[in-house]
Design a protein around this ligand. Structure first.
Ligand code: SAM
Length: 362
């Protein structure tokens, strides 16, 4: 470990955690957290705004006309995001996902994609609700985006319109998926959050529709992120039940994870017509393998989706910190990380003042 010169230490000190100088050192090797987990993935929220008001994520009664979304100058600029991302890549990150809010609402996003694609051999991807994808897919691909994940919670138009709560039709999301496939942003992953009584009837139709298409539907257990969605355990459809329901119609068999830390448990159709994934973050917590950090829209790092407090990198960036100081601050934060929220989830943790997913990045 190389120690930073004394004069740089004060600036490099973490403004939130107040890390002691002894911990502010540049890393020789990739940092591991207190549970031995490496830093492999970075999710970047490029906006806290969204054009949908999904009832389980940004309910209208909370995210209404008067909601205090971040002012423009609070957002990291593309240059700032790229500079932070470069430090993460130097520390071992190999996968970057752009998210939000709705990332395609951020103007000239393809410019950011181009800048991040220039950081080297990283798996650069994006999660979107698909509303603007048909228009933007070719430019994103040309800028260097490799793949895309599209959220789609139901094929039944009435159910989907009720869930996004802005009356957005399924057909336009399907057009976006087709445009992304045509642009070469494949294999496309389709994310469906399952909430009991709301869209669990959509599980088998979604599997049936995308079977044989090459796209991979991933069913996500409804989670207690943020504190605006009124989450209850009874609303969760366990991944095992999702697999059983699909398997009853289309026999399935489990397959190996593509890499350590992959969030989805993979299953393939026995007849060779493709695969699905289930993300069992509630019933089978995967904290043990979690290698993800999140950068919020205003430049705070969160080391857990269920974090209550971020680490303010924007203050360092705008305070004139050097790249070495930024990297040291990130590495020190990662080395201190002990998060395992989903493993200890219970009545008390559900009440914690967690940040909203639209802000931290889904
Ligand atoms: N707007 C983009 C989109 O719709 O994909 C990106 C942001 S969104 C927050 C990312 C993903 O988080 C979506 O697939 C969404 O369905 C999922 N999500 C939001 N709230 C959730 C919750 N409470 N439990 C599980 N997944 C959730």
């Amino acid at each position: 470990m190389k120690t930073i010169p004394l004069r740089d230490l004060r600036a490099a000190q973490d403004p939130v955690l107040g890390l002691p100088p002894a911990e502010v050192t540049t890393p020789d090797g990739p940092p591991l957290d207190t549970r031995g987990r490496a830093l492999h993935d970075l999710r970047i929220s490029v906006t806290d705004r969204c054009n949908f008001r999904c009832v389980y994520c940004m309910p209208k009664d909370v995210f209404g006309r008067d909601y205090p979304f971040l002012p423009h100058d609070a957002l990291l600029t593309f240059e700032e995001i790229t500079r932070v991302a470069r430090q993460f890549v130097a520390l071992g990150v190999r996968k970057i996902r752009l998210t939000g809010g709705e990332p395609l609402l951020r103007r000239n996003l393809e410019r950011l994609v181009e800048m991040l694609a220039g950081l080297g051999d990283i798996d650069l991807t994006l999660t979107t609700n698909g509303a603007l994808l048909a228009r933007k897919a070719p430019a994103l691909r040309d800028a260097g985006l490799r793949r895309v994940t599209v959220s789609l919670d139901a094929l039944d138009d009435a159910t989907f319109r009720a869930m996004n709560d802005v009356d957005f039709p399924v057909a336009r999301v399907l057009e976006g998926i087709d445009a992304a496939a045509a642009a070469g942003l494949a294999p496309i992953k389709i994310n469906a959050v399952v909430k009991r009584g709301m869209n669990d009837a959509a599980i088998v139709p979604l599997a049936r529709h995308f079977r044989g298409s090459g796209h991979i539907v991933r069913f996500i257990e409804y989670m207690d992120v943020g504190h605006t969605n009124g989450w209850r355990m009874d609303d969760v459809v366990p991944a095992a039940e999702i697999v059983a329901r699909i398997g009853a119609e289309f026999p399935l068999e489990p397959i190996e994870a593509a890499y350590t830390g992959e969030v989805a448990e993979r299953w393939r159709y026995r007849d060779g017509s493709g695969e699905i994934g289930v993300i069992a973050s509630v019933t089978q917590a995967f904290c043990r393998d979690c290698t993800r950090a999140r950068l919020s829209t205003d430049g705070k790092i969160y080391t857990c989706l269920f974090g209550t407090q971020g680490h303010d990198l924007r203050a360092l960036l705008r305070g004139g910190a050097s790249d070495t100081q930024l990297a040291a601050s990130i590495a020190a934060l990662w080395r201190r990380r002990g998060d395992r929220y989903s493993e200890i989830r219970g009545a008390n943790t559900v009440r914690l003042p967690k940040v909203e997913m639209s802000y931290i990045g889904g």
